[in-house]
Design a protein around this ligand. Structure first.
Ligand code: ACO
Length: 275
């Protein structure tokens, strides 16, 4: 891979957009490599949590203006649709429905199109020093691709409109204040904080984590009645599909063994069957 870097470390797949000399701007080649890598990691046991970040000083400076704008201006409508579909396959369709937990680790510059994978990850942690911007207005376009939609899921209308319309930058602390990211920490602590968060997720039952992510994403778009019915069915499916029998094990350890408090932490997974 030329534009994506992978480091596998104790269950964590650190996946970096990697064109540091171009501030990790997302090229067609990067989209292709990222889609392929995510597809491979989906069934790779060495990846239990996927962390999306950027090589060097940038998360990503957004879509590569040469590849995704200048080059596609002269492409046919079919070619244009193909490169945009390729990008969607990882940036949001892939990430939104990824079967493993995903964390965006925003280490530096984060502009325009980079907000899409940021919003599509389950969790996000930024460096205080990271610089974010919906810069589209500054060069005469709207936040398209699917940026407007993506940010509407993680920003309030007032905040989104403000940054869409002014194109002003903001830092990691402000991103955390707005809840665009879960938290922001000094850059020197970013890697260890994200590693710790990933390890918390790895301590949970992976089948139930996957079902919980899907349950939240779909039910948030439904009315109450549909959501209640869907969630009952989803809950039964989760129990049925869980090789650990986590639900029974959790109840046994709490009600019979009295060895833990579900309100305060997870059940012991080593006794629950297959880890
Ligand atoms: N597309 C293509 N090339 C890019 C992009 C991009 N989005 N961002 C940076 N680059 C390239 C630069 O053209 C430059 O290439 P060169 O060395 O061949 O001249 C190289 O990356 C380094 O960039 P500099 O601008 O020299 O770096 P600097 O540290 O001065 O500035 C900054 C960094 C602020 C991120 C600046 O590069 C920038 O404003 N980039 C564009 C950000 C942006 O608006 N992204 C698009 C959002 S819209 C969308 O994604 C749909």
């Amino acid at each position: 891979m030329k534009t994506v870097a992978l480091e596998l470390e104790d269950g964590i797949a650190w996946v970096a957009m990697s064109r540091p000399d171009k501030k990790n701007a997302i090229s067609v080649e990067m989209a292709r490599e990222m889609a392929e890598l995510m597809d491979r990691l989906e069934t790779d046991e060495r990846c239990q949590v996927l962390v999306l970040t950027g090589a060097g000083e940038s998360f990503s400076a957004g879509m590569d203006l040469k590849d995704y704008f200048r080059a596609t201006d002269s492409a046919t409508a079919v070619e244009r649709a193909r490169v945009y579909r390729l990008n969607a396959s990882w940036q949001w369709r892939g990430l939104l429905h990824y079967p493993k937990p995903t964390i965006a680790m925003v280490n530096g510059w984060c502009f325009g199109g980079a907000f899409t994978p940021l919003a599509a990850c389950d969790l996000a942690v930024a460096a205080d020093e990271a610089v974010f911007g919906l810069s589209e207005i500054n060069w005469g376009i709207i936040p398209a691709g699917v940026v407007c939609k993506a940010i509407s899921t993680v920003m309030t209308q007032r905040d989104a409109m403000y940054y869409i319309m002014t194109g002003e930058t903001f830092d990691g602390k402000r991103a955390a204040e707005m809840r665009l990211v879960n938290e922001s920490v000094p850059r020197a602590q970013l890697h260890s904080r994200v590693g710790n968060l990933a390890r918390v997720l790895m301590g949970k039952n992976p089948t139930v984590l996957r079902q919980a992510k899907t349950a939240f994403r779909y039910s948030s778009r439904m009315g109450w009645d549909e959501a209640a019915d869907y969630l009952f069915a989803k809950s039964d499916q989760s129990t049925f599909m869980d090789p650990e029998r986590g639900r029974e094990e959790g109840m046994r350890q709490f009600l019979d063994e009295k060895s833990y408090k579900p309100g305060l932490g997870s059940y012991r997974r080593d006794k629950g069957g297959k880890r």
